[in-house]
Design a binder for this molecule. Structure first.
Ligand SMILES: Nc1ncnc2c1ncn2[C@@H]1O[C@H](COP(=O)(O)OP(=O)(O)OP(=O)(O)O)[C@@H](O)[C@H]1O
Ligand SMILES: [Mg+2]
Length: 486
């Protein structure tokens, strides 16, 4: 069981949440939702006892385990000599069981391989496998499906639905465990509250919809009333009565229901991309295999200046291999990749491998873009980094904030090719809007992997490279269905 009583927490003098109370009973499944930076991951750290500085009580009973949003440093993983040893120290489970779990998690690795050589996504999946095998009484998970396609997501959420112990999960895929959910905790930053919605995930969506509609109505009625009062105030002559009305108006204004932050249209002016020839990249007869698995089978295509190409295909079909070959990080077994000599590539992946976590936001931006502090503050402001936030260390940013910083950095330079590997995974609606507006503004060439059809539709690609066919085709709206299916 897990019980939180009168919890207050914030960084500096900015509260994240106040007066939080909830219970997670044995075997209950609880989902946490809230916008980027609202304190979802922090709540799990508090429950794990990894965060001090809160007031209130956190009581847990039984064995408890957390798989964080990103695996930054896992001492057990560093110590382990093989994947097998890390996942199942006591050799309690047979190879078959391990393989079955790996298969569900779409983790295609050898049991003897060294966990330190894995990508961040694979490490996260490995940590999930290990924790699932440990079978804790309380399982805390922070966006466990970020590195997965539709099939993997469904597998994980089903696993959690059937889990014997209690589960507290932050996820964009809660609809996949709809009827198993016992309650939703929704963090609302504008009033630092965590609202509890009992029932399934659909119950939550329905109740939340009704609540939002009511707040909007109340807000409208009250603002109309306030406007009338202001008008009366302006026409009033006698001072004492005017003062009384003023106080009344102020009181009413404070009682106005808080509205969530509205989507705002942003205007980001990006630097012109560096000049480049007509064909930034030419791929000629490229082959690539991993042992006996042929991933790229004699592919050839050219990428034209300023075009936008989407890579579409399930996990493990070769998208990442192709990206690595285009970037020159992996060489093909045979064939050639010819780059224009002026090509400069900006790369985003959800693994954030290029950040130095000990630097601040503004240091990171200035170093990577070679821009001065004044420009940086203005530019980062457009990406919703406040004047205080720019001095925060990158390592303590939330997942969504890191993505925003990555995209800000990539678009703050004159790169003429952007390669974006799932840029919207961590983003809430508002941040997605900002990133989308800025990428729409970008004048260079772009290669994107995304599982969000709306995002691709608005980005307006010209062509798509399809896996497993390994074929370049002209963009067709019908491909959106295929993206949605992955
Ligand atoms: N050491 C710190 N100093 C100041 N602010 C911090 C610190 N650590 C975290 N924060 C801020 O606290 C807020 C909550 O972070 P948290 O990671 O819990 O958000 P989240 O809800 O998980 O967001 P996301 O959806 O982006 O993962 C963020 O704005 C983050 O930048
Ligand atoms: Mg988080």
């Amino acid at each position: 069981m897990l019980q939180i009583t009168d919890l207050d927490f914030g960084y500096g003098n900015k509260p994240l949440y106040e007066d939080v109370n909830f219970i997670v009973g044995n075997g209950q499944k609880v989902g946490i939702t809230g916008p980027n930076g609202s304190g979802k991951s922090t709540l799990l750290s508090i429950i794990m006892g990894e965060e001090d500085g809160y007031t209130g009580k956190v009581k847990t009973s039984g064995k408890i385990a957390l798989v964080p949003q990103e695996i930054k440093h896992d001492a057990e993983m560093d110590k382990a000599e093989s994947v097998r040893q890390y996942v199942d120290q006591d050799y309690f489970h047979g190879d078959f069981e391990l393989k079955r779990m790996f298969n569900g998690l779409e983790l295609n690795i050898d049991l003897d391989s060294d966990p330190k050589t894995l990508s961040a996504g694979q490490k996260t999946k490995l940590a999930l496998a290990r924790t699932f095998f440990q079978n804790p009484d309380i399982l805390l998970l922070d966006e466990p499906t970020n590195f997965m396609d539709k099939r993997g997501k469904a597998w994980v959420m089903e696993f959690l639905s059937d889990y014997q112990g209690s589960v507290v999960v932050i996820s964009h895929d809660l609809e996949l465990m709809d009827s198993a959910i016992d309650k939703i905790l929704a963090i609302t930053p504008h009033n630092s509250r965590i609202d509890e919605y009992k029932g399934t995930y659909s119950d939550y969506l329905r109740l939340k919809g009704q609540k939002d509609a009511k707040t909007k109505r109340d807000h409208k009625i009250k603002t109309r009333h306030l406007k009338k009062a202001e008008l009366r105030y302006n026409n009033m002559r006698t001072a004492p009565r005017k003062a009384i009305l003023r106080r009344q108006i102020e009181r009413e204004r404070q009682g106005l229901p808080e509205m969530p932050q509205a989507l705002r249209k942003i205007n980001i002016r990006l630097p012109e991309p560096k000049r480049i020839g007509e064909l930034p990249i030419k791929v000629v007869d490229v082959n690539k295999s991993y042992e006996d698995l042929l991933v790229l089978d004699n592919i050839s295509f050219s990428i034209y200046r300023n075009e936008r190409i989407v890579l579409i295909g399930p996990n493990g079909s070769g998208k990442s291999t192709l990206i690595k070959i285009l970037m020159g990080l992996t060489s093909p077994d045979s064939g050639d990749v010819e780059n224009d000599s002026d090509l400069s590539i900006g790369y985003y992946s959800q693994e954030f491998e290029t950040f130095d976590f000990t630097k601040t936001v503004i240091e990171t931006f200035c170093e990577k873009t070679n821009k001065g502090e004044e420009f940086a503050r203005g530019f980062l402001g457009r990406y919703m980094f406040s004047s205080e936030k720019v001095f925060q260390k990158v390592g303590s940013l939330s997942g969504g904030e890191k993505t925003r910083l990555s995209i800000a950095t990539l678009t703050g330079i004159d790169n003429n090719l952007l390669i974006l590997d799932e840029p919207t995974t961590y983003l809430d609606v508002l941040s997605q809007r900002i990133v989308l507006e800025s990428l729409k503004e970008y004048k260079g060439t772009m290669i994107v992997v995304s599982h969000t059809p709306e995002f691709i539709e608005e980005l307006g690609p010209q062509r798509a490279f399809l896996f497993p066919e390994q074929r370049m085709v002209s963009w067709d709206k019908k491909l959106l269905d295929r993206i949605a299916d992955i």
